[in-house]
Design a protein around this ligand. Sequence first.
Ligand code: NAD
Length: 229
Amino acid sequence: GKKAFIAGVADDNGFGWAIAKALSQAGADVILGTWVPALNIFETSYRRGKFDESRKLSDGSLMEFAKIYPMDAVFDTMDDVPEDVKANKRYAGNEKWTVSEVAECVEKDFGKIDILVHSLANGREVAKPLLETSREGYLGAISASSYSNIAMLQKFGPLMNKGGACISLTYLASERIIPGYGGGMSSAKAALESDTRVLAFEAGRKWGIRVNTISAGPLGSRAAKAIGF
Ligand code: NAD
């Protein structure tokens, strides 16, 4: 079967989970990258059976993940990680969670993969209009929501099988005004969409893989509820 790595699953409400389920249903092995601060509660809830109902596949069996890695997509190597994050209790208990380290671990544990899914975004000031967004908030939104996709492709591209596919999730606010989708998140999605075109050109030639983004409709995920959508 195909092997898929999905970054951005920490509960059973978001797009990442739904993609994991569709891929499992189609017979793929699904590997997850879960945001470090969300990992503990995700694994605990998983173990306690909180997701059992939503894990059900059409044949009645429960979806299993091949492995769940801790991951933080705003850091590429340990050298990028500031001391306060390293010392943070939720991070200190985990290791090898930067993008390059996760890619190395996936390659070591599973070899080549076929499908790469970027289903993550973060913008600290998303509730603020763009006109009131700080430079730090804006750059943070771009880092977590746009550059993270480039970083993932950089590090995972070399371990993808020819003919493989990368997908990310974007939102209409990149091209039309959606009040409330602030903090530079509209900019981040516009960058993600432009990057998708450029990366498809580059990665297609370099590794023979496809790069696409899907502009998803509104979904009441954790991320969406956090901004009152
Ligand atoms: P979600 O909360 O299920 O997924 C977002 C995930 O990103 C969470 O699991 C969170 O833990 C993770 N994350 C945040 N920062 C991270 C980091 N630095 N490193 C690694 N993981 C990190 O919400 P969702 O709405 O399903 O979001 C998935 C994608 O879909 C996002 O790109 C989002 O912008 C996009 N999208 C959502 C909607 C919507 O209405 N919900 C619409 C269009 C596009």
